[in-house]
Write a protein that binds this ligand. Structure first.
Ligand SMILES: C[S@@+](CC[C@H](N)C(=O)[O-])C[C@H]1O[C@@H](n2cnc3c(N)ncnc32)[C@H](O)[C@@H]1O
Length: 449
C-alpha cells in the first residue's frame, strides 16, 4: 500500500515562528493540536448517502478498507460520514473516489452543514462558497426527493446559491459541482460577488416549472440575438456566473424570496484548518507570520466576518436558520464576532440554538467514542465549549464585564479541534432568526465586540 500514502504529513509546532506561537497563546490554543494532525483519521462523505442501503454501505466500507489498507468506520451521529483510520491515504487512488461515491470533507465541516437542518425544497445561500465542499453537500440536501412523484419534485425543488469574491476559487467550486453533483447541479448557482453586499434573492419556485423554463429559453435566445455576449451578461450584477440550469440568464436571476437557510462559512485566518497549516511546510513557516498574524489581518478579518454575517442575516427568512462558522480558533473571529452580532440583534430577534447532531450535549459535554482504530478505541469529546472569560478579573481584563449577557446567549455555539473532537479546528454557531428587522446598520457599526 506504500504508493497510496502521502509523505510529509507530520507538523511540528516547534517550527512555528514566534509571532504565530504568541497568537496561539493569546487565544489559549494548545499547539499540540497541530502535532497530532497525522494521528487523526481522514474523513470522507458518501455522495447521495440517503440512496444507500445498510448492506451497500457495508460493502463500500469493505472496499475502501481493502484499497486503503486500514480500518474504516462510520462516524457516530453524522450520517454519511466515514473515518479512514490512516490520514495519509491518498483519496484519489481509492476506487470509491474514482467512481465519485465519496468525497473528502472534514467531519466538523459536515456538522456545520448539518447544523442548518436543510429540508428538501429549501433555498439555501452559501455566502463564502469556494472551494465548495459544503456547497456540494447543500446541493444534495436541497434536492433529496427520492420519495416524491414527478409533479411534487418540481413543486418542491430547492436551490443552493454559492457566492465567492474570488473568481479563481469560484472556478474550482464550479469544477467540483460539475464533477460530483450529478443531476443536482441543476439546482446550483454560483455568483462571483462580494458577500458583504450580495443582494440576489432565492430563485422563484415558478422557475422550475418547465413552461416558465421554455419562456426563459426563448427570452435567452432573444437576448443573444440582441448580441449581448455572455461576458457582458455576467458583468451585470446579480447574474450567476455558473448555473447548470437556464438560470444563467439575467431574466431568470431571482424571485423576491429570502432564503430558508444561510451558511456564512466566513473568510478567516484558517489557523484551525490542519490541511491549511500543513501547506506552510512547503510555503515556509515564516509565511504563517504574514498570512495569519501579520499586517492588519487579525483586525481586518473580524470586520469582514461581521459584515458577511450581517448581510447573510438580512437575506434570511424569518424563522430561518443561519450558521456562522470559521476554521479559525481565534476568539476575535468567533466569539467576539458573534457577541458583536448579538449586541445588534436582541433576544427577540436572534437565538443561538443547540446543534442538532450534538444532541442534548449542546457542545458542552463530552461524547465518548465515535471512532475506533483497529482493536483499540479512541475516546473523544465531540465539541468543546466556546471561549469566555473564566474569572471576574479576566472579564475585567478583557473589558467584557458589561457584556456577560451576550456570552450567556451564545452558550450553544461549539468549538471543534483535534484534541477534543478528533477533527480539524472549527467554530460553529447556529442562529435562528425569530423576526425580521428592517433596521439598517452603518458599516462602522458592523464590528466585533
Ligand atoms: C473558509 S473559505 C470557504 C470554504 C467553503 N465554504 C467550503 O466549504 O469549501 C472562505 C472563502 O471566502 C471567500 N471570501 C473572502 N472574502 C469574501 C467576500 N467579501 N465575499 C465573498 N466571499 C469572500 C474566499 O475567497 C474563500 O473562498
Amino acid at each position: 500500500m506504500e504508493t497510496l500514502k502521502k509523505d510529509g504529513y507530520k507538523i511540528s509546532s516547534a517550527n512555528f515562528p514566534s509571532d504565530f506561537v504568541e497568537f496561539l497563546k493569546s487565544n489559549h490554543i494548545d499547539p499540540r493540536i497541530y502535532d497530532i494532525h497525522h494521528k487523526l483519521p481522514r474523513y470522507v462523505r458518501i455522495i447521495e448517502y440517503s440512496r444507500y442501503s445498510q448492506e451497500q454501505i457495508q460493502s463500500l466500507i469493505e472496499q475502501i478498507q481493502t484499497d486503503a489498507g486500514c480500518m474504516v468506520f462510520q462516524v457516530f451521529r453524522v450520517p454519511g460520514f466515514l473515518a479512514i483510520a490512516d490520514q495519509t491515504v491518498k483519496l484519489s487512488q481509492l476506487r470509491a473516489s474514482k467512481e465519485k461515491r465519496i468525497v473528502g470533507i472534514d467531519v466538523s465541516s459536515g456538522i456545520a452543514v448539518l447544523s442548518l437542518s436543510v429540508e428538501p425544497g429549501d433555498n439555501v445561500l452559501d455566502l463564502c462558497c469556494a472551494p465548495g465542499a459544503k456547497l456540494l453537500y447543500l446541493a444534495e440536501l436541497v434536492a433529496e426527493n427520492k420519495d416524491m412523484d414527478a409533479e411534487n419534485v418540481l413543486a418542491k425543488r430547492g436551490s443552493a446559491t454559492g457566492v465567492d469574491i474570488s473568481q479563481h476559487r469560484a472556478a474550482t467550486c464550479r469544477s467540483i459541482i460539475t464533477k460530483y453533483a450529478g443531476q443536482n447541479k441543476g439546482h446550483v448557482r454560483i455568483f462571483v460577488e462580494d458577500g458583504t453586499t450580495f443582494d440576489a434573492k432565492a430563485p422563484a419556485k415558478s422557475w422550475w416549472d418547465p413552461r416558465v423554463t421554455k419562456e426563459a429559453m426563448s427570452e435567452t435566445l432573444d437576448r443573444k440575438r440582441q448580441s449581448m455576449s455572455k461576458r457582458q451578461m455576467r458583468k451585470r450584477q446579480g447574474t450567476p456566473w455558473f448555473a447548470a440550469h437556464l438560470l444563467s440568464t439575467p431574466y431568470a436571476n431571482s424571485g423576491a424570496e429570502l432564503y430558508d437557510r444561510v451558511l456564512v462559512d466566513a473568510e478567516c485566518t484558517h489557523d484551525g484548518s490542519l490541511a491549511h497549516i500543513l501547506k506552510y511546510k512547503d510555503w515556509g513557516w515564516d509565511q504563517l507570520k504574514t498570512q495569519v498574524v501579520g499586517n492588519s489581518r487579525p483586525s481586518s478579518v473580524p470586520v469582514l466576518q461581521s459584515r458577511l454575517l450581517e448581510n447573510g442575516w438580512r437575506l434570511l427568512k424569518p424563522m430561518g436558520v443561519l450558521v456562522y462558522s470559521t476554521c479559525s480558533l481565534s476568539r476575535k473571529q468567533n466569539e467576539l464576532v458573534l457577541a458583536g452580532f448579538l449586541s445588534r440583534h436582541g433576544e427577540d430577534e436572534a437565538r443561538v440554538e443547540p446543534i442538532d447532531c450534538l444532541d442534548h450535549c449542546s457542545g458542552l459535554e463530552k461524547h465518548d467514542i465515535f471512532i475506533g482504530q483497529r482493536n483499540e478505541s479512541i475516546s473523544v469529546a465531540f465539541a468543546s465549549p466556546i471561549w469566555s472569560p473564566q474569572t471576574e478579573a479576566e472579564w475585567i481584563y478583557c473589558g467584557l464585564e458589561d457584556k456577560r449577557h451576550l456570552f450567556a446567549r451564545m452558550q450553544n455555539a461549539a468549538r471543534f479541534d483535534p484534541l477534543v473532537s478528533n477533527t480539524s479546528g472549527m467554530f460553529i454557531a447556529r442562529i435562528r432568526k425569530l423576526r425580521h428587522s428592517s433596521r439598517q446598520f452603518e458599516q462602522d457599526e458592523l464590528v466585533p465586540i
